[in-house]
Design a protein around this ligand. Sequence first.
Ligand code: NAD
Length: 337
Amino acid sequence: MATTVTLIPGDGTGPDVVAAARRVVEATGVDIIWEERLAGEAALLRVGNPLPFDTLESIRRNKVALKGPLTTPVGSGFRSVNVAIRKELDLYANVRPALSLEGARSRYEDIDLVVIRENTEDLYAGIEHMVGEDAAESIKIITRRGSERIVRFAFEYARREGRRMVTAVHKANIMKFTDGLFLRVAKEIASEYPDIRFEDRIVDNMSMQLVQKPEQYDVLVCPNLYGDILSDLCAGLVGGLGVMPSGNFGSTCAVFEAVHGTAPKYVGMNKVNPTALILSAAMMLNHLGEEEASRRITAAVRAVIAEGKTVTYDLGGHAGTREMGEAIARKIELHEV
Ligand code: NAD
């Protein structure tokens, strides 16, 4: 039976990478009906609302979406639609795997890390205001419920994926109430999983350790802001934002998207790397129980990058987004993987 998936092309270079990912998913032969919906600047221009009700309803109904990046104006304008989607659908867990790819330009080899980022609380709660004209205040929210469910998600993920260790990242030495609560809860939940090693690290030390000895870490569980920053750091360990996929999970829905943004300087140039969204689509198929199709996509991506002939500029090549997606799709169709 066909599975209906909400497809959001997104802004900037989003439509380019979404088209490539769609082509690759279709090459696997998995029966998917794409329900295309608008969000972000594209939606604001067409229907006057950056997050139309109809788009949220489509994701709620289908329970799964593949989404291109969306523009968030800096400093003013509408609030982040990405954050709004995560909050509206209570997609509390963001999973960002960083895996070395042979042929991707990086100073490191054999990186295999997963950042699990809390997606709904922390400074991203968006509670901020001016205090008079020359000061501004932002409120950091950490709750027991939010911390419990993200840490439990990380341990369940580690157990399911055969991972050995979970590290909780925090700044509890300074933020004794907020990060202190997150750390206390993490330690409590860890005691329920004696088969998985648990450690904690202060976020600044964690940043240095990830650069110096990333092989010592496995699954990192982080409050929202540290997770955002550290996952870009981890992207840098494996070849950049162009290769870093992600999935956002709630209790009923899941939305898959690249970690990168709209890459505005390359709009309309068929230039950016489609790998991150293609690997996000592979995560999506895994979530839908299509493990073999997911495995083949990952293998085809790895093969095309290792060959280095049809890759985008960030991987040292001259291929366009479409050509790289096509090369990956052809490997699947020709049963080379
Ligand atoms: P960005 O990720 O768009 O770009 C950062 C750098 O990475 C740029 O040099 C860009 O050219 C490069 N890059 C990004 N994706 C790439 C790819 N697929 N292949 C090769 N190179 C790639 O980040 P930004 O410039 O800070 O943000 C631009 C816009 O995207 C902003 O409006 C921001 O709010 C939005 N954004 C959206 C999401 C999302 O939708 N989940 C995430 C991050 C940023």
